[in-house]
Design a protein around this ligand. Structure first.
Ligand code: ZN
Length: 312
């Protein structure tokens, strides 16, 4: 099979590799669509993200959909030809976190496209049958590939208990900030404020239906936060690279100022592999925010594209 291999920062090559192995509870998925995550871009441009570094050739891509083309001997949930959306973090099923039902915090997690685990920019991938979620016919391959980032936004909103009438503040109008905004709107939030320094992204946020945008290149993030926060706010979601100089870091410092519980607010930090978050700001939210597409989340996510489309 052909795979796209990141050999080093800035050095991608399409290579021929043997077909992957298949364990009894795994399936082969012929990949149809893969999203390019911010983490993929960091690996490509810098060879690292946070504490994860590319020390050996790595296949990128973890937001994927495809078709089941071969079944392991013990597979019972899926059938050949079924279209699926991949949940790219497969736990070990045995550690204390897994046994407590928090498999997204598994210490033995094997996450696609996170060194040394290869990702989905490949013709075929193997995945445990429980982590290939059947996609309904009305969902395109591209949309099915987006369920993983969408579930991040959904999980953030669930953590913050966003519901009808909620006021929501989201710092960062990158893809995850925008899916979080769309989830909040779909769940009935009456006010969704999104901040960013990028005018194009803020315009996109408005096109998607958010009620207020704040250009933090003009208005300081502190002002924006205090303004929304002072009226009570359900969600404070930081999304972005989380590196020094990033406006998100400024936001995280704000998370210290505006502590969880202030004005009845819930702080949820959505972040990728950033040490600043792991330092404990935003309470335990970073570790709780590891992507989780349990069946309830996946089912709900599957119902979202319709609602989001209607809204537009
Ligand atoms: Zn585990």
């Amino acid at each position: 099979m052909r795979v796209s291999v990141l050999r080093a920062a800035g050095d991608l090559e399409v290579q021929e590799r043997p077909d992957p192995d298949l364990s009894p509870h795994e399936v082969w998925v012929r990949v149809s669509s893969v999203g390019v995550c911010g983490s993929d871009i960091h690996y490509f441009e810098h060879g690292r993200i946070g504490r994860f570094t590319v020390d050996a050739p790595l296949v990128l891509g973890h937001e994927a959909s495809g078709e089941v083309v071969r079944l392991g001997s013990a597979v019972s949930r899926l059938t050949l030809g079924q279209r699926v959306s991949l949940e790219p973090g497969v736990p070990d099923f045995t550690c204390s976190q897994c046994l407590a039902g928090r498999y997204n915090l598994c210490t033995g997690m094997r996450f696609f496209a996170t060194p040394p685990i290869d990702g989905a920019f490949a013709e075929l991938v193997t995945i445990h049958e429980q982590f290939a979620h059947p996609a309904p016919d009305h969902l395109s391959d591209d949309a099915a590939a987006m369920l993983e980032p969408l579930s991040v936004g959904l999980w953030a909103c669930r953590r913050a208990e966003v519901t009808a009438g909620s006021r929501v503040l989201i710092t960062g109008a990158g893809p995850v900030g925008l899916v979080t905004a769309q989830c909040a709107l779909a769940l009935g939030a009456s006010e969704v404020t999104v901040t960013d320094v990028n005018r194009h992204r803020l315009q996109l946020a408005r096109d998607l239906g958010v009620t207020t945008t704040v250009d933090t290149g003009i208005t300081s993030l502190v002002q924006a936060v205090v303004q929304v926060w002072s009226r009570g706010c359900n969600l404070y979601a930081c999304s972005g690279g989380g590196f020094e100089g990033d406006p998100v870091v400024e936001g995280l410092e704000l998370a210290d100022v505006v502590a969880p519980g202030t004005f009845g607010a819930e702080v949820v930090v959505v972040e990728v592999a950033a040490e600043v978050v792991e330092a404990g700001r935003g309470s335990d939210s970073r570790c709780q925010m590891m992507t989780r597409m349990d069946r309830a989340t996946a089912t709900r996510a599957l119902s979202f594209p319709h609602r989001l489309t209607r809204r537009r």
